[in-house]
Write a protein of this length. Structure first.
Lengths: 318, 499, 320
């Protein structure tokens, strides 16, 4: 019995795409994109996206969707800032993370126990959270407490990201929980019929997604210097693009691997950064983002189709 | 009599499974031709090819002497070939009359708007023409009973005025009275010079209704004879390819289980689907559960594994005294369950063999802090695949490429690689070739000898009689008898309590 | 079946009673300001846009396509109409024809993208929404250089936004959608594909063709909705960052609500009823002081989730 690995182009996709985009913009900007300052810039901007994607990958690998990030980040940081203003700086991080966890618990329960599609649920919450933020903040602006300014410093950010990646990679690839998550994406019934409590796993996945989004929020407001009611607008699209551009299958399953999003996040930021350096304005960037999203997903599906036997074909009884 | 349909050397392969191999048969006008075979023998594939739902890889079909190669069911209908499929094929949210003419509603429309009254009249006319049991035509089809929906599907097939009709397990859904109506209809249809290809696993029905019977086994036509030249046991023999009391089952004629009980089941019930189930499972016992497919045998398996939350009654683990209600509790008590729908509920088809083997074993292989060592996983997977002689290139092969038999080996080995106290198997040899069947029985015999308790839910009587120490026969959702190997195993006795 | 039909009438009757009671209660809470003829008329008029978009969604979503670019489509099409009417001097012809035509084409493109490229519809919809939003935004910014502002305002040609045009459109729309959905082959085919794809194909229904036709018809109604709203309000803000999702969210909620009582009222009727109910709810909330943009959207979110729970109450399959 051999243990031969399949060679799969699908595994190399994220790196190929990254290289292509880097090459295009390297030439287009005459190398300006690769200066140390710009690279640091890119890293700073991808930080929140990477962290949030580290959480959402659990949901996506099950085939589910969590599209709340933008509003959740605003809500969590708003509530955290309010708590910190009333009860002291030490409350900031815990409250923010708690809000993320509760949000995940809510979506997870509605999805797993009440069988409502996660897409519908998270979309509804995306809208509701933003409304709540508008209600809470209206014209108030909270500043990020200076005691915690180390959150915005490069060394802390790098350290935090590395630690988080290690922890998440461990859970995702080296625990039974991670295996179950990806198996649910492949065939939820088979996991259920193996006696595993699928509901519990789903809820935990959504909680992780919410918590990581909240943590990303902390870094976001640290960098920006405070929070307001428009924080995180469009963030959820960035996170999703980071995952899909990295080649994580839309329906989840065993093809979901962590390194794909670790490469995907900088790729999408590189794309935007490059466009900005080339003089494109916000609207043009969005246009290109939309086109790239469709293109990449199409390519990923095609690649997976050819190297995955039987995908999409009916297995007929004879 | 003329030949209405001539099938010549049809071959169809799905991946590595050969569903039909050089299948040939011929049907005369005004006759009913039966297609007999076990699950996985190729009946549904052949009928799907004839009805235009699939296309063959090679071979030719002639209808009325002309080459017949429908690319879709509509083209088949144009050539006057229609089929009533096995699974329910109607749109619940549309009215019955619309379902009857689905896809052809343009015929009743003027300037784009469909005349509902006209469709209803046409529908009624079809029912009257064939004297079919009446059903209501307004309201939504999902409000009809399963039987009424089946009759509607029959009427729908007839609406295209076929002279060749394929019926795939139609009587399974019908009650006694409606079956009589069906047989009357078949007579009438025949007498008008039309023909029917009938698939049914009710062999009595087949012998009674059909004029000719072809037996399929593993995708190949074994035999074609006039119906009156067959007896039931000859049919069965052809279908499974050996003596019914063959030697790939057990050799002994006595029940040989230990006195110690593993499970005590009392008054298990689930609404209307299951009632009053009480039995014990002993160490080293193979307890078969048999019955017609709607008698509740498959539901029992699900309930025992804790997959149905609302059941009443108790399942007690005799070793610890604990009451088992949920899957995790059953697993903890050393039990396991294999669903009968392997592709849907058991395996992740697009994942590798290795990945499939991990899922039921991940929990027990984990180390400190939940660490699932890739080395441990790999070792276990290689051992399982080797022990069970799974034929594949490597454990990184994708499962969907395997044959039915090898898939089942992967399915089984996922569980049997653990030290189990008992296992519930639902149709473990379904869709599996004879060689693997023998292998699986061998595995079960060995497990039994080691003291494992095996509950085997089976819709194949020869298998149950061949392997079990006791058989619990279910009839109409209730156990009707528990028979022992030494005293009661005979076709007549079992049939008596099953039907 | 007489029994079932009787049951259906009874449910409809019950429904009407419950709604009537709710109306009276709300009126009481709102100090009598809710149930006035004038207010009710306002509610109905405000619901017209969402009703039309909802009808469009019926033809698009029923076969199983979740297209989230509808919001961006409406905004883009309405602005195209306005620009053609005013900037290009095409008057009413330009307004009406270009709005509806653009909506149909944009909608078709969006769905073509999903169907041809075999991308899951919800993600392809998001991608197209990004693209449509951006396109409008780019044009609007360019136009702002000469027009002075980046908001396109429809100054003339507003007659379609006045009474009784909108009410008439609503009634004509209801009859048309009812017939299209319940009495045409396309309607049956759309329902068939949404309910059981395999059976529909076996019966010879061409999935692709049906979906694309549904997209065209859906686009038509969405376009009419945009046209009426543009005439009524006079402008459609161009937004980016997927803000267009919020604008179709109301129609999405209405669609889901209508689906959850689709056993009582057929979808075309259900959409009108839900639309009026939802707008009535917001009207009520405004009267008692709950501001829009916040409390109302939260209610909407909660409503959608509630509808989702109700409609999936006994669902036993796999849900992602």
């Amino acid at each position: 019995m051999k243990n031969r690995q399949n060679f799969s182009i699908a595994d190399w996709m994220p790196i190929i795409i990254f290289a292509v985009i880097a090459a295009i913009f390297g030439i287009a900007t005459g190398g300006a994109i690769f200066t140390p300052t710009n690279l640091t810039n890119i890293f700073n901007q991808s930080l929140a996206t990477i962290i949030a994607a580290l959480g959402m990958v659990f949901v996506a690998s099950m085939g589910g969707t969590d599209i709340t990030h933008g509003s959740l980040v605003a809500l969590a940081t708003a509530l955290g800032s309010m708590a910190a203003a009333k009860g002291g700086v030490t409350l900031l991080a815990p409250v923010i993370i708690l809000v993320g966890a509760v949000s995940g618990l809510l979506i997870g329960t509605i999805n797993a126990k009440f069988k409502v599609p996660s897409f519908m649920t998270s979309l509804a919450l995306l809208i509701a959270y933003r409304a709540l933020v508008n209600l809470l903040l209206s014209s108030t602006v909270y500043k990020f407490p200076p005691e915690l300014s180390f959150f915005g410093e490069l060394w802390f950010e790098v350290l935090a990201v590395i630690i988080l990646i290690i922890i998440i990679a461990y859970v995702f690839h080296y625990t039974p929980f991670g295996t179950y998550i990806r198996a649910i994406g492949e065939n939820e019934n088979s996991v259920r019929f193996s006696g595993i409590n699928v509901e519990k796993i789903k809820i935990i996945a959504f909680v992780i997604s919410g918590v990581m989004a909240a943590i990303a929020g902390i870094f976001l407001i640290a960098r920006i210097g405070g929070t307001n009611n428009t924080l995180g607008s469009g963030f959820e699209m960035k996170v999703m693009m980071a995952m899909f551009i990295g080649g994580i299958p839309v329906q989840g399953g065993m093809g979901s691997k962590l390194y794909k999003l670790v490469i995907g996040a900088p790729t999408i930021i590189l794309l935007e950064n490059g466009l900005v350096l080339c003089g494109a304005d916000g609207a043009v960037t969005q246009l290109i983002r939309g086109i790239v999203l469709l293109l990449v997903i199409y390519i990923t599906m095609q690649v997976n189709e050819r190297f995955r036997y039987g995908r999409g074909k009916e297995v007929t009884k004879s | 009599m003329q030949t209405i349909l001539q099938v010549e050397r049809i071959t169809k392969t799905f991946g590595s499974t050969v569903a039909n191999k050089d299948v040939s048969l011929s049907v005369k006008r005004g006759s009913v031709h039966g297609l007999a075979g076990e699950n996985g023998s190729g009946k549904s594939t052949l009928s799907s090819i004839i009805s235009g739902m699939l296309s063959a890889d090679s071979g030719i079909i002639y209808k009325d002497g002309k080459e017949f190669k429908p690319t879709n069911p509509i083209a088949a209908n144009d050539a006057k070939v229609a089929m009533v499929v096995q699974e329910l094929g109607i749109i619940g949210t549309l009215p019955p009359a619309i379902n009857m003419f689905l896809g052809k509603t343009d015929r009743f429309s003027k300037m784009g708007i469909v005349n509902i009254k006209k469709i209803e009249t046409a529908a009624k006319a079809q029912f009257d023409k064939w004297e079919l049991p009446k059903i209501p035509f307004t309201g939504k089809t999902e409000d009809l009973s399963v039987e009424q929906r089946k009759i509607l599907e029959l009427a729908r097939a007839l609406a295209s005025e076929p002279d060749f009709l394929i019926l795939d397990e139609i009587s399974q859904a019908l009650s006694h009275d409606n079956r009589e109506a069906l047989y009357k209809f078949i007579e009438k249809f025949k007498n008008q010079g039309n023909s029917i290809l009938m698939i049914t696993h009710d062999l009595d029905e087949m012998l009674e209704v059909c004029d000719t019977i072809s037996v399929l086994r593993d995708g190949v036509v074994i035999d074609t004879k006039a119906a009156n030249e067959y007896t039931i046991s000859e049919l069965q023999k052809s279908m499974i390819g050996r003596e019914v009391s063959g030697n790939y089952y057990r050799d002994d004629l006595e029940e040989t289980y230990q006195a110690e009980t593993i499970l005590k089941v009392e008054n298990l019930a689930l609404g209307e689907e299951l009632q009053k189930v009480t039995f014990d499972l002993h160490k080293g016992e193979i307890l078969a559960i048999c019955g017609l497919s709607n008698a509740g045998i498959h539901t029992l398996g699900k309930v025992m594994f804790g997959l149905e939350r609302e059941f009443t009654g108790t399942i007690t683990d005799c070793i610890t005294g604990k009451i088992l209600r949920r899957p995790q509790e059953v697993l903890k008590a050393g039990g396991a369950y294999l669903s009968k729908d392997r592709d849907h509920d058991g395996l992740m088809l697009n994942a590798t063999i290795g990945q499939n083997l991990i899922v039921p074993n991940a929990n027990r292989l984990q180390g400190k802090l939940g660490f699932l060592s890739p080395k441990k996983v790999n070792t276990m997977s290689l051992k399982a695949a080797d022990d069970f002689e799974v034929k594949c290139e490597s454990i990184n092969s994708i499962v969907v490429q395997l044959s039915g038999g090898n898939k089942q080996k992967v399915n089984l080995s996922r569980w049997l690689v653990q030290e189990l106290k008992f296992i519930i198997l639902d149709c473990p040899t379904r869709g599996v070739d004879v060689g693997v069947k023998a292998y699986i029985y061998d595995v079960l015999k060995k497990a039994k000898n080691k003291g494992m308790g095996i509950i085997m839910i089976s819709d194949e009587l020869p298998e149950a009689m061949g392997m079990a120490d006791r058989i619990m026969v279910m009839r109409n959702h209730v156990p009707s008898a528990i028979l022992s190997r030494s005293r009661d195993f005979s076709d007549e006795k079992i049939a008596e309590v099953m039907l | 079946m007489v029994a079932v039909k009787g049951a259906k009438y009874r449910m409809q009757f019950l429904f009407v009673i419950i709604v009537a009671v709710l109306l009276v209660v709300c009126n009481f809470v709102a100090g009598g300001k809710f149930l006035t003829a004038n207010n009710m008329l306002t509610v109905v008029i405000q619901s017209v846009f969402y009703t039309f978009v909802g009808w469009g969604m019926v033809f698009i979503f029923t076969p199983g396509i979740i297209d989230l670019s509808i919001g961006a489509t409406v905004i883009l099409a309405a602005n195209i109409g306005a620009v053609c009417a005013m900037d290009f001097g095409m008057g009413y012809a330009g307004l009406i024809i270009m709005t509806i035509l653009s909506a149909m084409i944009l909608q078709l493109l969006s769905i073509l993208c999903s169907v041809q490229l075999k991308i899951p519809s919800w993600i392809s919809g998001l991608g197209m929404a990004l693209i449509y939003e951006a396109l409008l935004n780019i044009y609007v910014n360019k136009r702002a250089l000469t027009a002075g502002s980046n908001l396109i305002v429809l100054k003339d040609y507003r007659i379609l936004g006045q009474q009784p045009v909108m009410i008439a459109a609503l009634i004509i729309g209801l009859v048309t959608v009812y017939i299209l959905f319940n009495r045409t082959t396309l309607g049956f085919n759309i329902e068939a594909i949404g309910n059981n794809d395999g059976v529909a194909s076996a019966m010879g229904i061409n999935r692709k063709k049906t979906i694309l036709l549904g997209a065209l018809i859906g686009g038509f109604f969405v376009g009419v909705g945009g046209l009426l709203q543009e005439s009524y309000v006079g402008k459609f803000y161009s937004q980016t960052g997927l803000a267009s999702l919020s604008s179709i969210f109301r129609s999405l909620a209405i669609l889901l609500l209508a689906q959850s009582f689709s056993r009582i009222f057929t979808m075309p009727v259900g959409v009108v009823i839900s639309s009026v109910l939802v707008m009535g709810l917001f009207n009520f909330l405004t009267i008692i002081g709950v501001p829009s943009g916040t409390g109302q959207e939260m209610c909407l979110g909660a409503l959608v989730i509630l509808c989702g729970i109700i409609s999936h109450w006994k669902y036993r399959g796999v849900v992602k």
